[in-house]
Design a protein around this ligand. Structure first.
Ligand code: C2E
Ligand code: CA
Ligand code: CA
Length: 842
């Protein structure tokens, strides 16, 4: 860190404004009183003894604390009393002034030193002035007591006012006033000292040998005071630290932690600056905050502490203190001096064994002292508590972060998205909508199942990266569930949103590297917008999810929400139990839809399609109850019902010598059941149906989603001799090349292309490509959804072999199929039996 700029304060040179008058006063008194000192040798001796006594008294400073303030307990009043009584005035001033010089010369810079010397000279002189004004002192009687008491008190007050004055000048008026009030209790201590001094005086007057006893007494008192001071200090630390921790606890939640912390530490340590520093840690940025005396409200993001010092704390994990009291860091003193700092204590903030930062105090305030070992201990105690609070607040931070972010991708999570949506709804402009684009990653579950969760996670992280990369800068990207990502932003309209969703989906597509493998990733996008699709964020998200589910089966993969999706989903929920009952009670019906050869209009077979009329809801769409069956473990029974019905009729048609093949739809999930081929074999045998008469149709997207695990079942079915068809071909992401690798016999072109081919050249091209490739691979091609003659013509022309659709017939219940067969077709004998040719050649 290069030289931080600390707000400057007034120069200490202002102190001379106080020092000079004090010195002048002291000097004048000294010169005047010189004439009074008549007996030189006695004056000289008294002066030396007083000097020694005063120096001793000065150095036995002890700190005690009363309330929030700490005080310097000095017993200087005792030599003062004795000096005033026994020593002639000029020697008295000289001795006291010299004592101040001797005591402070080592520890103070010159401005302060001279101030203290001048102050001592002036206050001593003031005492003499009081004595001169009052009646003469004669013997150690009560009059003397009163005179001395007033004289010494005057000296103490002058001294105090001088200190407050200089602080007011150099720091601020406020600080000066504080110093003045802080001095009041010292007056009481001074009074006690004066009384002790008077008792000494009486004892010495009675017998000079009393000096020996008194010296012993003073020594004992000093020792007692010292240990008391230790207790006081401990007490102070405990109380202060307790108050600090209470304050920290109260502030942790409100983000005011540093303010409270640093302000208090500064007051407690009586320092000019207090700094909290936490280096960068994970996603937490560096924290550097400084509180400075007199700038109570503000915190600065700079600090006067040289970084060397901080580094040393981090390295050693121990306190580093620099100042006149700390010899082990003498090497750093120059650095401090260069930065015009007096002393620094920096202690580590520890979390267990780790140092997570530092707490620093710079420049001890007040005139007498610098930081000492005891202060280091105090700061260390505080640091222990602060570290806890900091950890806690970081923990709180982290919890807060975690509560709103997804761990894997670090994207905002559902909760955060909901909050953000609520927010954008309120700031939306009239001509805008709040758009929600929900991306559902295709095949995520398969990656998890086949390659392990680690690979699945990697894929999600990769997808997250991509979405973040392509999203608008104004958009918020989040992950709201396993493989669901949300992009929310404000757009011009629903149409614009769909356009955007389509573009984003296109850009998201393509191979993604997951470990050593490259996967083709695709997404289905559900779209909902405020205000059209709901008023609250929850609803909007749910509806986007619904739409995304619907989008999975769409070739273009983007689906805006519409109400039909919802009623369908709601209905699905309620019908699971009803479906079970329907299957149990044989209430499912099977309809049949003819498959016709396009070249000669022979009816080859029928597709068996399940039908269910719900007692309350009426007819339920097969997509719905098939989905319900899938999710409630009833799929096997559903398939069995349809297959059994198909086989029964198939056998009957064969027995009647007019064979028709049957096609039964399978869900990919059925193919995951390894017992399914056995069931098929059993049923084939039971109904005595040729396996070649049975085709299983498996929807392409379903098949693709788990091809590795589906393939073994497909091979076993093929080995049974049944035929396999890829249903809804073109809606999945498989390339035509796959068809050659799969054990299938037939391709069913999805009706969306078939229906579109008459009007859409794109659809036409797709159908043409599928037909020609399938033929090349030797696969049968079936076009489903043939509704118009134009379509039929086109299909015929391109060589498609089989058609199915409303143009020939809707799916029909068995009796009506029979009626249709006899009405619409006429029998034609072939070597394999009778076939039905459509009567009206369309
Ligand atoms: P799918 O296998 O693609 O079935 C063809 C669907 O297209 C049938 O709808 C049929 O009624 C309809 N369709 C036939 N010709 C035309 C036409 O010319 N125009 C139009 N617009 N539609 C036509 P359905 O019966 O509603 O079946 C829907 C889907 O439900 C089926 O799609 C199939 O995936 C599933 N499904 C039906 N029955 C079963 C079943 O027994 N088991 C399984 N697993 N799925 C089934
Ligand atoms: Ca089908
Ligand atoms: Ca279809």
């Amino acid at each position: 860190m290069s030289g931080p700029r600390v707000p400057s304060r007034r120069s200490s040179a202002y102190a001379w404004l106080v020092t000079a008058p004090l010195a002048l006063f002291g000097f004048t008194c000294f010169v005047i009183s010189l004439r009074a000192d008549e007996r030189w040798h006695q004056a000289w001796l008294g002066g030396v003894v007083l000097l020694i006594g005063a120096v001793l008294a000065n150095v036995t400073v002890t700190h005690i604390v009363i309330g929030r303030q700490s005080y310097n307990m000095v017993i200087t009043e005792i030599p003062l009393v004795l000096g005033l009584y026994f020593v002639p005035p000029a020697s008295f001033i000289a001795a006291m002034t010299a004592a101040a010089l001797v005591t402070n010369v080592r520890s103070m810079e010159s401005t302060k030193l001279w101030f203290n010397v001048a102050r001592q000279a002036a206050s001593s002189s003031a005492a003499l002035v009081v004595i001169a004004l009052l009646p003469d002192i004669t013997g150690p009687g009560p009059t003397t007591w009163v005179i001395l008491f007033f004289a010494v008190m005057t000296s103490v007050v002058v001294s105090h006012v001088a200190v407050a004055g200089v602080i007011a000048l150099v720091q601020s008026r406020h600080a000066g006033r504080q110093a003045l009030t802080a001095g009041m209790p010292t007056l009481a201590i001074a009074a006690i000292n004066i009384i002790i001094g008077l008792v000494f005086l009486i004892a010495i007057e009675a017998n000079r040998w009393a000096v020996v006893l008194l010296a012993a007494l003073v020594l004992a008192m000093i020792l007692v005071f010292r240990s008391f001071a230790g207790i006081f200090r401990q007490h102070r630390t405990l109380t202060e630290v307790y108050e600090l921790t209470v304050a920290l606890r109260d502030e942790t939640g409100t983000g005011g932690l540093p303010d409270v912390l640093l302000g208090r530490v500064r007051t407690l340590m009586r320092s000019e600056f207090a700094t909290l520093w936490l280096p960068v840690q994970g996603r937490h940025p560096e924290v550097l905050l400084t509180s400075r005396v007199d700038d109570n409200a503000a915190l600065f993001d700079i600090s006067p502490t040289p970084s060397v010092l901080r580094d040393r704390v981090m390295e050693t994990g121990r306190a580093v203190s620099v100042g006149s009291e700390f010899d082990e860091t003498a090497d750093l003193r120059d650095l401090l001096r260069a930065k015009r700092l007096r002393d620094i204590v920096a202690v580590p903030l520890r979390s267990g064994q780790i140092t997570i930062g530092t707490l620093e105090v710079v420049n001890r305030l007040g005139s007498y002292t610098t930081f000492r070992d005891a202060d280091v201990q105090v700061l260390e105690t505080i640091a222990a508590h602060v570290a806890g609070a900091v950890e806690n607040s970081r923990l709180v931070d982290r919890l807060r972060y975690d509560a709103y972010h997804d761990r894997l991708t670090a994207l905002p999570n559902r909760r955060r998205i909901i909050d953000a949506l609520a927010e954008s709804v309120t700031v939306r402009a009239e001509d805008e909508v709040v758009a929600i684009l929900l991306f559902d990653v295709d095949g995520q579950r398969n990656v998890n199942e086949s390659m392990g969760h680690a690979a699945g996670d990697k894929l999600l992280v990769e997808v997250a990266e991509r979405i973040r990369g392509i999203a608008d800068s104004g958009a918020l990207v989040g992950r709201i569930g396993g493989d669901e990502f949300v992009v929310t932003l404000r757009t011009a309209s629903i149409e614009a949103t769909i356009e955007l969703a389509t573009q984003m989906r296109e850009r998201l597509r393509g191979p993604m590297a997951v470990g050593t493998l490259t996967l083709d990733v695709d997404t289905a996008v559900g779209v909902s917008v405020y205000p059209d699709h709901g008023s609250d964020p929850e609803t909007l998200l749910q509806r986007a999810e619904l739409a995304a589910n619907a989008a999975k089966v769409l070739p273009y993969g983007v689906q805006p929400f519409h109400p039909a999706l919802e009623s369908r989903a709601v209905r699905r929920l309620g019908i699971a139990a009803d479906l079970r009952r329907a299957i149990d009670n044989d209430q499912l019906e099977v309809y049949f839809q003819p498959k016709v050869t396009l070249a000669d209009r022979h009816v080859l077979g029928v597709e068996c399609l399940a039908r269910w009329v719900h007692p309350a809801h009426g007819e339920v769409a097969p997509e719905d109850f098939v989905a319900v069956a899938e999710h409630t473990g009833q799929l096997a029974r559903l398939t069995e019902v349809v297959l059994t019905a198909g086989l029964r009729h198939c056998k009957a048609w064969a027995d009647a010598d007019r064979p028709l093949s049957i096609a039964v739809n399978l869900s990919a999930r059925t193919l995951l059941d390894s017992r399914f081929p056995d069931l098929v074999q059993e049923l084939l045998e039971e109904h005595r149906v040729e396996p070649g008469q049975v085709t299983f149709e498996i929807s392409e997207p379903g098949m693709l989603s788990d091809i590795e695990r589906v393939l073994p079942t497909l091979y076993r079915l093929r080995d049974l001799g049944v035929r396999l068809s890829v249903d809804d071909f073109g809606t999945g992401a498989s390339s035509l090349g796959y068809l050659r690798q799969w054990p299938v016999h037939e391709v069913k072109i999805d009706d969306t292309f078939v229906q579109g081919m008459a009007t859409d050249s794109g659809d036409l091209a797709i159908v043409r490509a599928i037909v020609s490739l399938a033929r090349e691979f030797g696969l049968t091609v079936v076009a489903e959804g043939v509704e118009s003659e134009l379509t039929l013509e086109l299909l015929e022309e391109m060589g498609c072999e089989i058609g199915q659709g409303y143009l020939f017939s809707r799916p029909l219940p068995f009796e009506r199929l029979e009626a249709w067969l006899s009405a619409q077709t006429e029998p034609e004998s072939t070597p394999t039996g009778e076939v039905r040719r459509l009567r009206a050649v369309i």
